[in-house]
Design a protein around this ligand. Sequence first.
Ligand SMILES: [Zn+2]
Ligand SMILES: [Zn+2]
Length: 333
Amino acid sequence: MPPFKQLALPDEQGVVHEDHDHFIKLPFSIQLANIAAVFLPPVALGVGMYLLWGWGFTLLHLLMMTLLYLITGYGITIGYHRYFTHKSFEAPGWVKNGLAILGSMAAEGPLLRWVAHHRQHHQHSDHENDPHSPHLHGGGFWGLWRGLWHAHAGWMFTPDAPELHRYVKDLAADKALVWISKTFALWVAIGLIIPAVIAGLLTMSWTGALLGFIWGGIIRIAVVHHITWSVNSICHVWGAQPFRTHDHSKNNAIVGVLALGEGWHNNHHAFPTSARHGLRWWEFDSSYIIIWVMAKMGLVWKVRIPSAELMEAKRADRESAAVLPVTQATEPS
Ligand SMILES: [Zn+2]
Ligand SMILES: [Zn+2]
């Protein structure tokens, strides 16, 4: 596991100078504690599922939880993130509005606010005014944990930047999107009611409806939240940096797969408007596979992916920082 590294701030010309004297070597015991804190809660959830299997947690609940995790998760990754925030492809009105609704059902906040925060993150990533950098919270063990908590969930309890709305002027001009964003609570409620109704009808019992609500609704939301929040926390601290960026974004294979392709986060910061985050063949990116299929079906078009030359020019092991456009629009082949 690479050591936590203190933030290198840009100078007056905006150039970031990495100060390698500021590496903080975490003791092995603390690294073990970190791993335990990251992996024990999902293991505990798995044990709970095993112990409840057959009465409090059944195949029906597992299927509903998984399906709604995927549907609302892709609403975030393909919709909120790759389409609305970064415009990495184009889509007709019904696909656009459908993605906005599915993303809202993940209960991560109204569309316009989510997109505004994420654009602010990209503009200031790991520097002052980044809404959720895990850095900037002091050095050492407690600085790391304060930062991880802030990046994971704590930042949502801090005030928004006063000019946050200026990041989403384009979306604010779309009446349908503004309405979907304002009726956010309705879509969250629908996402909770659907599994309760399905499980209630299939088991013809109120207990079945309650368990559908809990597993397909509440616990599914918790799983989606923690996995997508891990992109903000874990993927700015632990992982590989194959590309040169002015932040601490990392490619983390575990988050990469679980977060439906979003954990290839160094790739994403290097090429923000790319619809594809897993850029090498082994970097599994299920969100991009779906975008690719949608493009083949004619449901979306102008899917943007970086060319091999652009990727080569931005490789971290290259010396010079060539000034290049970030991505080019390319139809997936
Ligand atoms: Zn980031
Ligand atoms: Zn992004």
